[in-house]
Design a protein around this ligand. Structure first.
Ligand code: ATP
Ligand code: MG
Length: 502
């Protein structure tokens, strides 16, 4: 790694109404390094990167690129300077093809005004292939799942030949295989001298690919250190400024009667013969690889997929679910993995997002009791440490992780008796994860039943009373909490369990 400095940000400040998002922050980037930017939800990471990518204008401070003092004026200007960014939120046009998205606004032409479609598709396909993803460049983005859309974002950034590449939580919705492909790409880019700024809440990743780490806390610069000089605990301490007990605080609840029965449920071509029982007070973990059918199962139990065979009973009564409304009425709540699209209304306030779907709770003799409403919202803002100036802040202005906490609050505020959590702590910082586990403990203590889909092994092993493992749309195995281990789960998920037995 050559030690030349490609970027220096000094004394950068940025405020929004009621929020000092960045307070005299510094950041330095060397050629060919992977520099990790670390901090809790709302610490200011994305804001700092948006200033660098031209999406926000800084209030004060200096930016030097290759020793030249630069005012970054717009995203187009940043691109010209060789700065590429993969945003935390997707920025793709769902109705265009993958290739069109990758080259949007800078389509190569054969003659002036005549787009070279052949080249667009060929170049896009080359980049996709180099990422080892099975995406056809001609496919319409809307038809892709979250993980594949993320890979298109990556491909788009790579196509810019950036010298400085910003990745804001690129792996949040990727499978292990895709993460490995991304890491390989990162290594290759690094060898070519590209400097990478990498944001992630998955601390293990930092040890695999990071060279140095800079920590922000509450909009302030904390420190910059080589990754090799830090332990995970030290990183966490720099982020949260206190020692954090990262053991998972499971409190076993009393397991009661069966509340949900799933009998031989199939969904055409997707799910085969799924059967299980869920009991009150139980957390049923669902493990499996990405694409094994876990999210499909969650949607099916929520009435968002058409069942071709089998039935679902709640409290012994068969539920005919033609839409999510039917399942909400049956007391089922689903916190989706794609919270940005399915869970949150960006133009509404934090309070409205939490309270509107649960209005019946706050109406007293025909009138809205706003005091109780405010209490309820403030309770979640406090418990989940949602970083917002007031309960009336629009959701769009919250940081990625804090938006997710709002979606969780909305559901926690409901009276559901069965919760389905699809990747409940994705994008949530280490400190707030523990708070979410505590809330799950409180829910099951009240007799609520939880189905928890998760790719995080410690979470599955730490919080589940029982674990189902899915593979190819089927339930491939079941483990009790006392019997479960990472290895056994992986065996079932990969399908080698049977060979091991033979
Ligand atoms: N456009 C905006 N208007 C108002 N406030 C904003 C805006 N953008 C960011 N903020 C606020 O600035 C602070 C920093 O947010 P930022 O998105 O940079 O956090 P982050 O470190 O990226 O967090 P996360 O890990 O959750 O993504 C937060 O309090 C956020 O609510
Ligand atoms: Mg962010």
């Amino acid at each position: 790694m050559t030690e030349s400095c490609v970027l220096r940000m000094e004394s950068i400040s940025k405020s929004f109404p009621g929020v000092l998002a960045l307070d005299k922050v510094q950041f330095e980037l060397l050629k060919g390094e992977v520099h990790v930017l670390l901090g809790e939800n709302g610490a200011g990471k994305s804001t700092l990167m948006k200033i660098l990518s031209g999406a926000y204008v800084k209030d004060e401070g200096e930016i030097t690129i290759d020793d030249n003092l630069i005012e970054i004026e717009s995203p187009a200007h940043a691109q010209k300077l060789g700065i590429g960014i993969i945003y935390q939120e997707f920025n793709l046009n769902p109705y265009l093809s993958v290739a069109e998205n990758i080259f949007l606004g800078r389509e190569p032409t054969i003659l002036p005004g005549i787009i070279d479609w052949k080249k667009i598709y060929r170049d896009a396909q080359d980049i996709l292939d180099s990422l080892c993803v099975e995406i056809d460049a001609k496919q319409i983005v809307e038809t892709l799942g979250v993980a594949m859309q993320q890979m298109v974002e990556v491909a788009k950034a790579l196509s810019l030949n950036a010298r400085i590449l910003i990745m804001d939580e690129p792996t949040a919705s990727l499978s292990n295989k895709e993460i490995e492909a991304l890491f390989k790409t990162i290594k290759k880019l690094q060898d070519d001298g590209v400097a990478i700024i990498y944001i992630s809440h998955r601390l293990e990743e930092i040890f695999r690919i990071g060279n140095r780490v800079t920590v922000l806390r509450d909009g302030k610069y904390v420190d910059t250190k080589p990754v090799s000089e830090l332990t995970k605990d030290e990183m966490v301490k720099m982020m949260v400024n206190r020692d954090l007990d990262d053991h998972i605080p499971k409190i076993k609840a009393e397991i009661g009667d069966v509340v949900m029965e799933v009998e031989n449920v199939s969904v055409k071509d997707r799910l085969q013969d799924i059967s299980f029982k869920l009991r009150k007070g139980e957390i049923l973990g669902i493990a499996g690889l990405m694409g094994a059918g876990r999210t499909r199962l969650a949607k099916t139990l929520f009435g968002a997929e058409k069942i071709s065979k089998g039935k679902i009973l709640v409290d012994g009564v068969e539920i005919h679910m033609n839409s999510p409304r039917d399942s909400i009425n049956a007391g089922i709540g689903l916190v989706t993995e794609d919270r940005k699209n399915e869970g949150l209304i960006l133009d509404l306030s934090v309070k409205q997002n939490v309270c509107l779907p649960n209005m019946n709770k706050f109406i007293n003799s025909g009138l809205i009791n706003s005091r109780i409403e405010n209490q309820a919202v403030d309770n979640y803002i406090d418990k989940l440490n949602i970083k917002t100036p007031t309960r009336n802040q629009l959701a769009i202005y919250l940081s990625g992780g804090n938006q997710q906490k709002v979606v969780l609050s909305k559901w926690l505020c409901s009276d559901a008796k069965i919760f389905i959590f699809d990747e409940p702590t994705r994008g949530i910082d280490v400190g707030a994860k523990t708070e979410i586990y505590q809330l799950m403990n409180q829910l099951v203590a009240k007799g609520v039943a939880i189905i928890m889909i998760s790719s995080e092994m410690p979470e599955i092993l730490g919080m589940s009373d029982r674990i189902l493992i899915m593979r190819n749309g089927r339930i491939a195995g079941e483990l009790s909490d006392t019997d479960a281990s990472q290895e056994k789960i992986m065996n079932h998920a990969l399908g080698e369990a049977y060979e091991a037995v033979l």
